[in-house]
Design a protein around this ligand. Structure first.
Ligand code: ADP
Ligand code: MG
Length: 723
C-alpha cells in the first residue's frame, strides 16, 4: 500500500551526496549577496541618482521619475553579472500568496541578434494580466487592467534556481483606477498614516527634526516538517494542508521532549541551507529552535521596517518550502496540520521608531522619555480596545480558527498583557486622575513610579494574544500561514487614529504651551485608562473564568471567522480606513468579499476531501476488516467454537455511523451554496464544519479497530515521529 511504501521510503532516506558543505563560505559573507542593496547602488549609480533614491527609501519622498532609466540600467547590468536572464515584478495578491510575472531581458535587435534591454518604464511599471486573482469585485474581467508598480522601499533581489536566476522587483499591484488589488499597497499607506500622526506627537515633545517614523515588525514563524513520502500519501495534507483524519497517537507532545530539544540532523541541514538562502536575500534570520509539538520548528528574523519585513516574511515562507523539498521533506505552514498537538502561529512583534528617536516603545530611563512612552503606550491600549474586533478579523481564516481559542493558542478574545510593572504604572495613572494629590513637578505622569524596566521582562504570558514584551508589542493571534500585511495594516492604522486623537486633545488643551503638557497628559491618560483599561488582562487567557470575566468587561469573543470577518462591514471600520486613506470603502468591501470567499472555498474543499477519503479509503478498509471478522465468526461457529462478537458489533455500528455521517455531510454541502457570501460562510461554519468533524470522529474510532495492515493512511505516529 501507499502507506507501507511511504514508511519504507522514509526509513531508507539517505541525504543527497555529497552533502552541502556549509563551512567553505561563512554565512556572514553571504548576507545581501543577492540584493540590489544600498552598497551595490552606491557603487553602481551616479551620486545624484543614488541620493534621490535614498531620499525616497529613507525619508519617504516622492520618487523622481527621471532617475528610473539610470537605475534600471544599473540594475540590469548587476543582474546580468549575476547570471540573470529574466526579470520579474513580484506582487502580493489578496490570496496572501506571492505572485510573479517573468519577462526576458532579451529583445530582438535589427541585425537579427538579441539585445538585453530594461528601461526605466519596465522597472517602474508592469502590466501582468493577473485577472484571475480575487479582487472582490473591484476588477471585472472586461476591465482587466492591473498594474504592478515598483516599490522603491523594498530592494530588488536575485532569486536563484537550479536552472537560472531571475531579477525580482517588489511591486504594488493596483487596478487602472488606482485601487489596491494587493496586500502591499495598504501597508505602505498605513505606514504613511502612522508617520503623519506620530510626527504630531513628537512635536508636542519638542522633537521637530521630522525624521520618518516607521513601524517595525519582527515575525516569528512556526512550521512543521514531515517527510514528503507521508505528505504524498495523504490526500488531505496534499490538498488542504492539514490532516482531516487521524486518531491521536499513544504518545503525543505530553513529555515536552521535543521542545527546544536537539534538532535532528536532516532538519538541521535543512535549516542551515534555508538560513543561508535567506541571508543571501538580505533576510536577517536570527533564531531557530524546536517548538512544542513533535515535528514543529520556529524561525525568527531580526525586526525590520514593516513593509520590508512583510516582503521578507513572504520570501521566508517560499524559501522554507523550496529548501525543505531538497531534503525530502515538506514544510507545512498550515495553522493546524495535526489535531490534538499544538498548532502554528506567527507572532508579529510590532513597534515604531525613527532614526533620531529610536524605538518609541522603549520605556527608557529618563522621566521625559517615559512620558512620551506612556503616551504612545496609552494610545496603543486605546487603539486595541477600540478596535479589538478589527484585530480579530484581520487574523481570521478557516485554518487559523482551528488554533485561536483552542487550548494552546491565544483565545479569540483580544486583550493586552502589560506585565506587572507597567500594569501597576497604568493603574496608578488611573487612580491619580485627580492629580492634585501628587506634588507638582514630580508626577505628573506617574513617571517617578516607573521602575527601570528590565529589557526582557522576566514574566511572560503565552496565553495573551497581544503582549507587551519589553520594548514592543507582540501580536500572537496571527496565523502561521497568513501574510503579516493585514495585521500590520490594522496595527498601523488603529495606532495612527489613536495618536491623532491624543495629539488633537493635547494640542487643544495645551494651546501650544509645553508647560501644560504633563498635566494634560496625565488627564488624558487617566481618561484612556477609565475608558479602555478593560482590555488589559495579565491572567490565564485559557481559563473558563477569563471567558466569563471578558464578557462582563464587555470584550468581544468572536470565535470563528464567520463571526469575525463581518466586522469589516462596520461603519467605524469603514470610517477608520477611509479617514487615513488606507483603504477606500470599495477596497475594504472587496477584501471582505475575498476573505469570505476564501473561507467558504477552504471549507468546501475540505468537506469534499473528507467525503472522498472517507468513502474511498476509510470505508473500504473498514468493511474489509469487518468482512474478515464476520468470516472468522462464521467459520468458528461452523466448527462449533464460540466467538465473541463485541469487536464485530462495535465495528458494524461504527461503519453504519460513518456511512450516515457522510450522507449528512453530503446533504449539507449541497444545500450550502449561495450567492450571499455571508450566509454561505455561516452555513460552512455552523453546519458543514461540524459534520466534517462528525465523519472524522467515526473514522478515527475505526482507526483503533481496523487491522494495521489494512489501514490506508499514514498515522499520526508515523508522520510525526518517523524522521
Ligand atoms: P521570543 O521568542 O522571546 O518572543 P524571538 O527572539 O523569537 O523572541 O523574537 C523576537 C522578535 O521580536 C524578533 O524578530 C525581534 O527582532 C523582534 N523585535 C525586537 N525589537 C523589535 C522592535 N522594536 N520592533 C519590532 N520587532 C522587534
Ligand atoms: Mg518566540
Amino acid at each position: 500500500s501507499a502507506r507501507r511504501a511511504a514508511i519504507s521510503a522514509v526509513t531508507n532516506y539517505k541525504p543527497s551526496s555529497p552533502p552541502m558543505n556549509f563551512r567553505d563560505t561563512s554565512t556572514g559573507d553571504l548576507f545581501n549577496a543577492n540584493v540590489f542593496s544600498k552598497s551595490v547602488m552606491k557603487k553602481r549609480l551616479p551620486k545624484p541618482v543614488y541620493k534621490a533614491l535614498l531620499r525616497t527609501m529613507e525619508a519617504g519622498e516622492k520618487l523622481d521619475p527621471s532617475v528610473a532609466d539610470v537605475v534600471a540600467a544599473a540594475m540590469k547590468d548587476w543582474a546580468i553579472s549575476k547570471g540573470a536572464t529574466h526579470y520579474a515584478h513580484v506582487f502580493y495578491p489578496l490570496t496572501g500568496l506571492t505572485a510573479e510575472k517573468h519577462d526576458s531581458f532579451l529583445a530582438p535587435d535589427d541585425d537579427g541578434t538579441a539585445l538585453a534591454e530594461f528601461s526605466g518604464k519596465q522597472l517602474i511599471q508592469g502590466e501582468p494580466d493577473g485577472s484571475s486573482f480575487p479582487t472582490g469585485g473591484i476588477r471585472v474581467t472586461f476591465e482587466a487592467r492591473g498594474y504592478t508598480v515598483w516599490d522603491v522601499t523594498s530592494p530588488a533581489y536575485i532569486l536563484e534556481n537550479d536552472n537560472g536566476t531571475t531579477l525580482c522587483i517588489p511591486t504594488a499591484f493596483v487596478s487602472w483606477t488606482g485601487e489596491a488589488l494587493d496586500k502591499k499597497t495598504p501597508v505602505l499607506r498605513s505606514m504613511q498614516a502612522l508617520n503623519q500622526q506620530a510626527q504630531r506627537i513628537l512635536k508636542l515633545f519638542g522633537h521637530t527634526d521630522g525624521s520618518l517614523v516607521s513601524s517595525t515588525a519582527g515575525p516569528e514563524q512556526e512550521y512543521f516538517l514531515i517527510d514528503r513520502n507521508f505528505y504524498f500519501s495523504r490526500p488531505d495534507l496534499l490538498n488542504a494542508g492539514r490532516t482531516l483524519f487521524g486518531a491521536a497517537p499513544p504518545k503525543g507532545q505530553e513529555f515536552d521532549d521535543h521542545y527546544f530539544g536537539a534538532i535532528p540532523e536532516r532538519v538541521l541541514a535543512f535549516m542551515l541551507e534555508a538560513e543561508r538562502e535567506l541571508f543571501k536575500l538580505g533576510i536577517p534570520v536570527k533564531t531557530r529552535h524546536n517548538e512544542v509539538a513533535p515535528g514543529q520548528y520556529e524561525i525568527a528574523p531580526m525586526f525590520e521596517f514593516a513593509n520590508l519585513a512583510t516582503d521578507h516574511q513572504q520570501l521566508t515562507m517560499t524559501t522554507l518550502r523550496r529548501v525543505a523539498e531538497k531534503y525530502g521533506m515538506v514544510c507545512l505552514t498550515h495553522e493546524k496540520p495535526f489535531a490534538g498537538v499544538n498548532g502554528s502561529g506567527k507572532h508579529v512583534n510590532w513597534s515604531m521608531g525613527s532614526s533620531s528617536q529610536g524605538n518609541l516603545l522603549d520605556p527608557g530611563d529618563t522621566p521625559h522619555d517615559n512620558a512620551q512612552f506612556l503616551l504612545i503606550c496609552g494610545a496603543v491600549i486605546r487603539a486595541v480596545h477600540k478596535y479589538q474586533g478589527l484585530l480579530r478579523s484581520v487574523v481570521a481564516s478557516a485554518s487559523n480558527d482551528h488554533r485561536l481559542g483552542a487550548n494552546e493558542a491565544p483565545p479569540a478574545i483580544i486583550s493586552i498583557f502589560l506585565g506587572d510593572q507597567l500594569t501597576d504604572v497604568f493603574q496608578q495613572i488611573k487612580a491619580g486622575g485627580a492629580s492634585s494629590s501628587i506634588p507638582k513637578g514630580t508626577l505628573t505622569v506617574g513617571v517617578d513610579v516607573l521602575p527601570p524596566l528590565p529589557k526582557d521582562a522576566g514574566d511572560r504570558n503565552r496565553t495573551s494574544p497581544f503582549a507587551f514584551t519589553g520594548n514592543r508589542f507582540e501580536f500572537r493571534a496571527v496565523g502561521s500561514n497568513q501574510s503579516i500585511a493585514g495585521p500590520l495594516v490594522a496595527m498601523n492604522t488603529i495606532v495612527a487614529e489613536s495618536l491623532d486623537y491624543c495629539a488633537t486633545r493635547l494640542e487643544e488643551a495645551t494651546g501650544g504651551d509645553p508647560e501644560k503638557l504633563h498635566g494634560e497628559l496625565q488627564k488624558l491618560l487617566t481618561e484612556i485608562m477609565n475608558e479602555h483599561g478593560a482590555i488589559i488582562f495579565n491572567g490565564d487567557g485559557y481559563s473558563e473564568e477569563w471567558h466569563k470575566e471578558a464578557e462582563e468587561r464587555g470584550l468581544l469573543n468572536l470565535k470563528t471567522s464567520a463571526d469575525a470577518l463581518p466586522v469589516l462591514k462596520n461603519q467605524d471600520i469603514i470610517d477608520l480606513f477611509g479617514k487615513y486613506n488606507v483603504l477606500s470603502e470599495r477596497e475594504l468591501a472587496s477584501r471582505l468579499d475575498t476573505y469570505l470567499e476564501q473561507y467558504c472555498m477552504t471549507i468546501g474543499v475540505e468537506a469534499k476531501l473528507t467525503i472522498k477519503i472517507a468513502k474511498t479509503m476509510i470505508f473500504p478498509a473498514a468493511i474489509r476488516y469487518q468482512n474478515e471478522l464476520a468470516a472468522t465468526c462464521t467459520n468458528l461457529k461452523m466448527l462449533g467454537y464460540e466467538f465473541d462478537t463485541n469487536t464485530l458489533d462495535a465495528m458494524t455500528e461504527l461503519v453504519k455511523e460513518l456511512q450516515d455521517s457522510i450522507a449528512e455531510l453530503e446533504a449539507s454541502l449541497a444545500e450550502g451554496e449561495s450567492d450571499d457570501l455571508l450566509a454561505e460562510s455561516r452555513h460552512c461554519c455552523d453546519s458543514v464544519l461540524p459534520l466534517m468533524n462528525k465523519v472524522r470522529t467515526y473514522a478515527d474510532k475505526l482507526e483503533g479497530f481496523v487491522a494495521d495492515d489494512l489501514w490506508p493512511l499514514p498515522t499520526y505516529q508515523e508522520m510525526l515521529f518517523i524522521k
